[in-house]
Design a protein around this ligand. Structure first.
Ligand code: GLA
Length: 395
């Protein structure tokens, strides 16, 4: 994930809002005040994992933690992050540096192609999102940056245009083979609702989510650039090519149905079978989960979360033992359900628990985790929050 560094400052531990932090960081780093600021949320994906790049549905929720960007037009490009001490002066056309600054460079390049980038800018960023925790700190960064820099260039891009700039920055410039889920929720989220997003049709439908979700961080950080996510995506593309031999015209894996699974098991090379099975079953689960949430049926929703986790563990092989333990413990202590959220190979578990017992359940999870790993996991809760917004520059 972006912005990991060995010299982390406790910027994201304060109670100040990210917008205030980004502004004060800007002022102390560039000796002048920013002229625009914007922020975007991280997300927790309730269900619909690894379906977005297979034409399936997803059901993410924007969290209350955000990344903020403050900026001012300048003769050069210079960036600073609240997790570092150093101002990076950047040549936008130079090769990528395999650092968090690449995400901003990617956004600038994509905005340029829309004539929506300023000629240069100084920019600061601050976040209270945990990094590398599967909560989409990269999309929060790219969407907030796209908003701030386009405003600086005098353009008002639609939410859909911000999604496209942020997606292209990550996919084409940074070369993480992500889908569009994270950018879409960061740009379109409405407070109090999860967002059902059908990636094949582009249909967006808010689904009310009145309560709180709990996040239990495994403390195992993932790095997506060039890693396991790209490998899984290659496997899915290979599987699609095989499936097209008996289903010419198949658009994507999520178009296959549960009834096709026996045929898939017969025809595909064995290592690809469980990958496709996950995509097909997860697509069905995600549709049912959106219906269950809309009907307020948290028992069914919870069961689907647990089945989704099991599918990630056994079929997609993207979970880690720490997450498996948290899910098992959550279920044992009375949660409706829980599952590893985000790409996987580290990250955080989302827990859906009855409001009157949630604090106790989370405490029990912590104690089970402590017994096994001799450390307490970081836990916090969130309500469904809002998407990208312009921030007024705090005084
Ligand atoms: C990452 C990607 C998303 C999605 C998830 C897995 O977060 O950025 O597009 O593919 O993994 O569901």
């Amino acid at each position: 994930m972006p912005h990991s560094t060995s010299r982390e400052k406790p910027f994201n531990l304060t109670r100040m809002s990210p917008a205030r932090l980004a502004t004060s960081l800007f002022t102390s780093s560039f000796a002048t005040r920013p002229t625009v600021a914007a922020s975007a949320p991280g997300r927790v994906n309730l269900i619909g994992e690894h379906t977005d790049y297979n034409g399936g549905p997803v059901l993410p929720v924007a969290v209350e933690r955000r990344t903020a960007v403050a900026a001012r037009a300048a003769q050069r490009w210079a960036f600073i992050s609240g997790t570092e001490d150093e101002v990076h002066q950047i040549d936008i056309d130079a090769p990528m540096r395999r650092a968090w600054t690449d995400y901003i460079v990617g956004v600038v390049r994509e905005l340029r192609s829309l004539r929506a980038a300023p000629p240069g800018a100084e920019l600061s960023l601050a976040t209270n999102l945990p990094l590398g925790a599967g909560l989409s700190s990269s999309a929060a960064l790219t969407v907030a940056t796209a908003k701030a820099l386009s405003l600086l260039a005098g353009k008002r891009l639609s939410a859909a245009a911000l999604v496209e700039v942020a997606f292209r920055a990550e996919y084409h410039q940074v070369a993480v083979r992500c889908g569009r889920m994270d950018q879409t929720i960061a740009a379109h989220a409405a407070p109090g609702s999860a967002l059902f997003f059908d990636t094949s049709s582009g249909m967006l439908r808010p689904v009310p989510l009145p309560g709180r979700l709990w996040i239990v961080e495994t403390g195992v950080s993932h790095r997506l650039t060039g890693g396991s996510l790209n490998e899984r995506r290659r496997e899915c593309e290979e599987a699609l090519a095989f499936c097209r031999e008996w289903r010419p015209g198949l658009g994507h894996l999520a178009q296959l149905s549960l009834g096709d699974v026996p045929e898939i098991e017969r025809r595909l090379p064995p290592p690809l079978v469980p990958r496709v099975r996950h995509v097909v079953t997860e697509t069905a689960r995600t549709r049912s989960a959106a219906d269950a949430l809309a009907a307020g049926d948290l028992i069914t929703l919870g069961r689907l979360l647990v089945e989704g986790h099991e599918s990630l563990r056994a079929d997609y092989e993207s979970t880690i033992p720490e997450a498996d333990l948290i899910v098992a413990s959550a279920v044992e202590h009375g949660a409706f359900g829980a599952r590893l959220t985000g790409a996987g190979w580290g990250g955080a578990v989302v827990v859906l628990a009855p409001a009157e017992r949630e604090a106790r359940i989370v405490a029990e999870i912590g104690s089970d985790f402590q017994k096994r790993y001799q450390r307490m996991p970081v836990t916090w809760s969130t309500r469904a929050s809002r998407g990208v917004r312009r921030e007024t520059i705090p005084q």
